[in-house]
Design a protein around this ligand. Structure first.
Ligand code: UD1
Ligand code: UDP
Length: 371
């Protein structure tokens, strides 16, 4: 066989962050040709990551529109990839996680009969609409995949339960732990931290999911606003996602509260170091739920379901949902119950040893060496 050609396809911030170590590992191997295609489902938030990891895409579909619909993303990705897959004919494409880029790129690869490797395969809530549309995106991708890189034993079990072939599933850990090895520094400084008195407790907040946009988001923000007003020794830092639906609600509810800081999405090094400096984290993000156990930070998960039960079992994640009263109670408990805080903060990281990318690339090479 001539040189192995692996095409990594992704489009949003979290995919870029978690694919970066895999791309770097492929680039370091002399016997693999690396090719990177970005769909541009995200623009600024993707660019931040590409710049940090010095990844120059070979192709950029540049599809993002303001307030884009799921149908538009899907159709633009499939149509855009057609000629690229035709022309480049890679041995394997790699996709990550559960975005619409991931699902549509897998469809496109299937139409061209190109094998698919799914990084972060097998996560499930078993609830079609939560998270929406991610649960179906990852199920469709797993139906089409040829190689499954499951982060944990539990995700492998999910794939086996669905009847996927055991010899094609590999438990590798999660690449996000590889990323944390590069980003977190003890001597880190950031402008926003200089504004906050050293004895204040920092709460880091992110919230963006489609199913939370609207009333659930309003209910959560109301709880946070009340706790911030009643507790002057806390500071909430919220790098607000660029989605117009999120921006509108955040700026409306959090306007003019001195200890709530609305800032632009952070470059990932800044985000990880702020997370490491925080007292606890509140989020509906998937990736942040995986990072927090490594940083020993308790997380209040602002959702009713999670595909990351490993973090709940470990004790780091608490599924609080979006009800104002429950969110407020959970915040106050973490702020005032020192014993509970200590227990949660000392939980174990279930997502691997930081060598996931190396394992994934070895498996790809072995798979094609046998062919
Ligand atoms: C997408 C993924 C979600 C993932 C999230 C990570 C889908 C359906 N959703 O959701 O799984 O958790 O990314 O953040 O794949 N925007 C910008 N600039 C950017 C990025 C977004 O302006 O760099 C705005 C645009 O108006 C865009 C909107 O945000 O239309 C929504 O972006 P989209 O990718 O559709 O949804 P996300 O909520 O970001
Ligand atoms: N993140 C970032 N800057 C921010 C907020 C988050 O770099 O301002 C990182 C975070 O560390 C994690 C990833 O973005 O690695 C999670 O992305 P997001 O929450 O957008 O998507 P999800 O993981 O929910 O799909």
């Amino acid at each position: 066989m001539s040189m192995l050609k692996i095409m990594s396809i992704f489009g949003t911030r979290p995919e870029a962050i978690k694919m970066a170590p895999v791309i770097k590992e492929i680039e370091a191997r002399e016997d693999i040709q690396s090719m990177v295609v970005v769909t541009g489902q995200h623009r600024e938030m993707l660019q931040q990551v590409l710049q940090l990891f010095k990844i120059t895409p070979d192709y950029d579909l540049n599809i993002m529109e303001k307030n884009q619909s799921l149908s538009k993303i899907t159709s633009k990705v499939i149509l855009g990839l057609d000629s690229i897959l035709e022309q480049e004919n890679p041995n394997l494409i790699l996709v990550h996680g559960d975005t619409t880029t991931t699902m549509a790129a897998s469809m496109s690869a299937f139409y061209h009969q190109v094998p698919i490797g799914h990084v972060e395969a097998g996560l499930r809530t078993w609830n079609k609409y939560s998270p929406y549309p991610e649960e179906m995106n990852r199920m469709i991708t797993d139906d089409l995949a040829d190689l499954y890189f499951a982060p944990t034993q539990l995700s492998e079990n999910n794939l086996l339960k669905e009847g996927h072939t055991a010899t094609q599933i590999f438990v590798t850990g999660n690449t996000v732990i590889d990323v944390l090895r590069y980003t977190v520094h003890t001597d880190y400084r950031h402008g926003v931290l200089d504004e906050i008195p050293v004895d204040h407790k920092i709460i880091l907040l992110t919230m963006h999911r489609r199913e939370n946009q609207g009333q659930p988001m309003r209910d959560v923000f109301t709880a946070i606003k009340e706790v911030a007003i009643e507790n002057s020794n806390i500071d909430v830092i919220y790098p607000v996602h660029l989605s117009p639906n999120v921006q509108k609600i955040a700026h409306e509810i959090f306007a003019n509260i001195d200890n709530i800081h609305l800032i632009a999405p952070l470059e990932v090094t800044d985000f990880h170091n702020l997370a490491a400096r925080s007292y606890f984290i509140m989020t509906d993000s998937g990736g942040v739920q995986e990072e927090a156990p490594s940083l020993n930070k308790p997380v209040l998960v602002l959702r009713d379901t999670t595909e990351r039960p490993e973090g709940v079992d470990a004790g780091t994640l608490e599924l609080v949902g979006t009800d104002t009263f429950k969110v407020k109670q959970a915040m106050l408990t973490l702020l005032h119950d020192a014993d509970k805080y200590k227990r949660v903060a000392n939980a174990q990281n279930p997502y691997g040893d930081g060598h996931t990318a190396e394992r994934i690339v070895n498996i790809c090479q072995e798979y094609f060496a046998k062919k």
